[in-house]
Design a protein around this ligand. Structure first.
Ligand SMILES: NC(=O)c1ccc[n+]([C@@H]2O[C@H](COP(=O)([O-])OP(=O)(O)OC[C@H]3O[C@@H](n4cnc5c(N)ncnc54)[C@H](OP(=O)(O)O)[C@@H]3O)[C@@H](O)[C@H]2O)c1
Length: 268
């Protein structure tokens, strides 16, 4: 993508664009005429997706391979944002789970999770916002999780890093009120992606969760983008999850959440 090119098409940078929700953002935004910068570790996937979207929609799409657990790679992405025209959307979506007990999991996975979910999000938002604010437009979408609201889901680190994203997004949105720049914390529930194929999920049983709980990545993204237009900050896609949340965020719900934590920790 040409640096500082004066073009009118909107531009989005998406992290975690090589699969799942990030890939769905890329496909939907390409169909809406966005120019794209696609970030993830798997360069072959990014190349193939960028080529396909360029051919299908006549847009520009640039792969930017980077491992956001590595500070040097995150700085490289931030520098790239500095050279681009102002982004219309920054989508901080890269993420992973690390199932298991905190004290048994590879400690590197915990610190990588902080780096990918929190540090990279903060750094890329900081790189993006000056131009958005001076142009009085654009939005930052931080992909959190329902676990960011129900902190127990997904374990100590996953829930905590996703809760950070919710709090960070709310505080940033308050600070940016009146600037024309939006911030969203997207909090999906179970979504059909490669998320549950990662390390540690070998025994994860998708059938163990009722079919109606699973959402398609494209539906999650369509709700997210619609809510950017409306300026909603914390977005929980799917009526089923908004109802579940209302049921669980009360004393009985907390009891159920505590039982879930007990089960995870092998106490029952
Ligand atoms: N699926 C769900 O049920 C669910 C529910 C709530 C929230 N979420 C959140 O949604 C987001 C997207 O996940 P998904 O469900 O679409 O899962 P996914 O299909 O596994 O996608 C995860 C993406 O993150 C990228 N990524 C992971 N580690 C990275 C790193 N160190 N550096 C750069 N990119 C990295 C992956 O790309 P590479 O492997 O190529 O690097 C991939 O593109 C995550 O933040 C996840 O926490 C998912």
């Amino acid at each position: 993508m040409k640096p500082q090119a004066e073009r009118r098409a909107p531009i989005a940078l998406i992290t975690g664009a090589s699969s799942g929700i990030g890939e769905a953002y890329a496909r939907i935004l390409a169909s809406r005429g966005y120019r794209l910068v696609l970030v993830a570790r798997r360069a072959d996937r990014l190349d193939a997706l960028a080529g396909e979207l360029q051919t299908a929609h006549g847009i520009e799409a640039a792969p930017l391979p980077a491992d956001l657990s590595k500070p040097g790679d995150t700085e490289r992405v931030a520098a790239c944002i500095g050279e681009l025209p102002p982004l219309t959307l920054l989508i901080n979506n890269a993420g992973f789970g690390n199932p298991g007990l905190f004290h048994e999991i590879d400690p590197r996975s915990h610190t990588d999770m902080v780096a990918v979910h929190c540090t990279a999000t903060v750094r890329l938002a900081r790189a993006t916002l000056p131009k958005m604010v001076s142009r009085r437009g654009g939005a930052v979408i931080n992909v959190s999780s329902i676990a960011g609201i129900l902190g127990e889901a997904g374990g100590p680190m996953y829930g905590a890093t996703k809760a950070f994203l919710v709090r960070f997004s709310k505080n940033l949105a308050s600070e940016l009120r009146g600037t024309g720049v939006g911030v969203q914390a997207l909090c999906p529930g179970l979504t059909r992606t490669e998320f549950h194929d990662g390390p540690g999920y070998e025994d994860f049983d998708r059938q163990g969760y009722p079919n109606w709980l699973w959402m398609e990545a494209s539906d999650v993204v369509i709700e997210s983008l619609a809510e950017v237009e409306r300026g909603k900050v914390v977005v929980v896609p799917g009526l089923r999850y908004r109802v579940l949340l209302a049921l669980v965020n009360n004393p009985l719900g907390r009891l159920i959440a505590d039982r879930y934590t007990d089960r995870r920790a092998g106490r029952e």
